[in-house]
Design a protein around this ligand. Sequence first.
Ligand SMILES: Cc1ncc(COP(=O)(O)O)c(C=O)c1O
Length: 364
Amino acid sequence: MIQTPYYLIDRARLARNMAVMDELRVASGAKCLLALKCFATWGVFGQMRAHMDGTTSSSLYELRLGREEFGGETHAYSVGWADHEIAEAVGYADKIIFNSIGQLERFDNASAHIARGLRLNPRFSTSGFDLADPARPFSRLGEWDAGKIKRVMDRISGFMIHYNCENADFDLFDRQLSQIEEEFGGLLRRLKWVSLGGGIHFTGEGYPVAKLAARLKAFSDRFGVQVYLEPGEAAITGAASLEVTVLDVMNNGKDLAIVDSSVEAHMLDLLIYRQPAKMETEGEHPFMICGKSCLAGDVFGEFNFPKPLQVGDRLSITDAAGYTMVKKNWFNGVKMPSIVIRELDGSLTVARAFGYADYKASLG
Ligand SMILES: Cc1ncc(COP(=O)(O)O)c(C=O)c1O
């Protein structure tokens, strides 16, 4: 048995998402770039590469990883490029997308030999979280003034417009895209490509993929642009779990189980968005599943089990791919979960294990 904790990536689940990805790409003509900010576990890029067109990034290091390990089309985006990064960035990128007109102008000469784009902020989004809402008041994420953008249209060939967030509602997507068409149509017609960003939950159960494809194709035909999507979550949803072992059980008014992992260190996104973890279990015995860090609120959630938990029991926490592995950290020096892949034949491959040397190297 592989020692816990470990993230377990399931190739069969990943393959299901990739099949939907293909369906959408073929029917819409849109290109799909993996958003590395969401998932960058490059050991499975080989499987994803056949079904996605490349990667998009949020920093120089993601950009480089995409170029080195995924290949295909490599889009470079960053909220802010530093002077010392730009030469290297344009060396890896097929297209560079600037967050502001200021950055586009600053790096005009340095980037003139590759395709360039600008992030457009349509000033609405589908995010319910202020923290993750690109349209929040005074948002720094992109330019929204068409008058200002007009003046730099001769330097760019595309826009990136990221405004969806786990949006499973096709009609909402349709309405909001129409709003963009209305407001920015004049500019869109002058472009060669438009990336509509990520956040469309098209691999979710029951999502009308054919409708989305037709809508994207209509957009592409109307404005004469190549459409890109930047799926993160949609690419890997449901494809990984965090496998942990119970180290101790207590009762402090409730039954508690302490596991060999930590929300703070290994599923940080749950704490940030104040959401409970997910576990497929039911039964008569409720337990609060707690992390082993010193943080009082290091709690995965409360779940029901068929029998009382005991030291040594193994638990599987689902939905551990997106925004999870990319945020893992060494808080409390808790052992970082290994990365394990469940192959299509069911066998397990340990892709990477982390130890004390990695912890120490991360700090000095
Ligand atoms: C610019 C951009 N593209 C793509 C994504 C990926 O979004 P998701 O993982 O929701 O598909 C994000 C997420 O924040 C983003 O900011």
